[in-house]
Design a protein around this ligand. Structure first.
Ligand SMILES: O=C(O)CCC(=O)C(=O)O
Ligand SMILES: [Fe+2]
Length: 299
């Protein structure tokens, strides 16, 4: 039987030329040089067990218990598992999600095991933008194909994104999918990936048709069943999207970023009250349509 996942409304067949249900995995204790080389080559690292599984599970439980007050979950057992009521289609992927940013998340990200892993990877003292994107994603939602440089690319090009599933996240629940080798595609690097959403006022994502990444650019999609404790680390030039959550179970994840302290920063994301996108989210600004951007880029 053929099995499909979705990005947006597009079906992607698992095991076809479009999608691997496989990401290369590593352990946080493996040789650092090997990991550094692998990150450079593949544009990503999936590190198993960088966080404590129990700690992640209890963060998920706590966030769900806060959200229970919003009456979005089926009652009973579902208030523990995070099963959304029928009809609750979308929850928040919007920046902030402040009320569920519990102190346990800060503790998690300041653990020595975690920070020293990034220090070794980046070869020096690190800094992380204060802005951490905690996402709660309900049925029907997904993030479109993009790379992070267009949103956060004013500082060092070596900045890394770290995607942390808060709990086990299956592909059906809307796990992250990456486009293999897309960080090496010159035609994208020289055009789209160089854009800045606050200056160029582009739509942000690269395509509404994820299949195009394979058919036109030869970059196959890849994902996996993420487990509590895993982190997916990737270059700000690697194209990615999230699969569509087709379940009733709330997908919770948090994306954070790391760079060397002495490298140039994108000031929109640092500080107590980060400026964030000062033009991109202002509806008074007319954005260039994606079709027009694509024509301008010639790709
Ligand atoms: O979790 C998502 O839906 C998208 C995450 C993402 O784009 C990122 O981590 O950079
Ligand atoms: Fe992203």
């Amino acid at each position: 039987m053929m099995k499909y996942y979705k990005i947006g409304e597009t079906d992607i067949e698992i095991g076809s030329k479009y999608l691997n249900l496989y990401l290369d995995e590593n352990n946080y204790e493996e040789d650092q040089k090997k990991l550094i080389n692998k990150l450079k080559e593949n544009g990503y690292l999936l590190i198993k067990g960088l966080h404590d599984k129990q700690e992640i599970s209890s963060i998920r439980k706590k966030i769900i218990s806060i959200l229970t007050k919003d009456d979005i979950f089926d009652s009973g057992k579902n208030e523990i598992t995070g099963n959304l009521k029928e009809g609750i289609i979308k929850t928040s992927t919007v920046r902030g999600n402040e009320k569920i940013k519990i102190p346990e998340l800060d503790i998690l990200y300041s653990r020595n095991k975690f920070t020293s892993f990034f220090e070794n990877l980046l070869g020096g003292e690190i800094i992380s933008p204060e802005f951490k994107w905690l996402r709660t994603v309900g049925k029907g939602s997904s993030s479109k194909t993009h790379c992070d440089s267009v949103y956060m690319g004013r500082g060092t090009k070596k900045m890394l994104t770290c995607w942390t599933p808060i709990g086990d996240v299956s592909p059906q629940m809307g796990g992250l999918a990456i486009c293999l080798n897309s960080h090496k595609k010159n035609e994208i690097l020289k055009t789209y990936a160089k854009s800045d959403v606050d200056i160029d006022l582009i739509e942000g994502h690269f395509t509404d048709n994820p299949l195009e990444m394979v058919d036109k650019f030869g970059c196959k999609w890849a994902t996996t069943h993420f487990k509590a404790g895993d982190v997916l680390i990737f270059s700000i030039f690697l194209m990615h999207a999230s699969l569509t959550n087709t379940t009733n179970s709330l997908r919770i994840s948090c994306d954070t970023r790391y760079q060397r302290k002495d490298d140039k920063r994108d000031n929109r994301w640092f500080g107590e009250c980060p400026l964030m996108h000062y033009r991109f989210h202002d509806d008074n600004n007319i954005k260039e349509k994606l079709v027009d951007s694509r024509l301008r880029w010639g790709i």
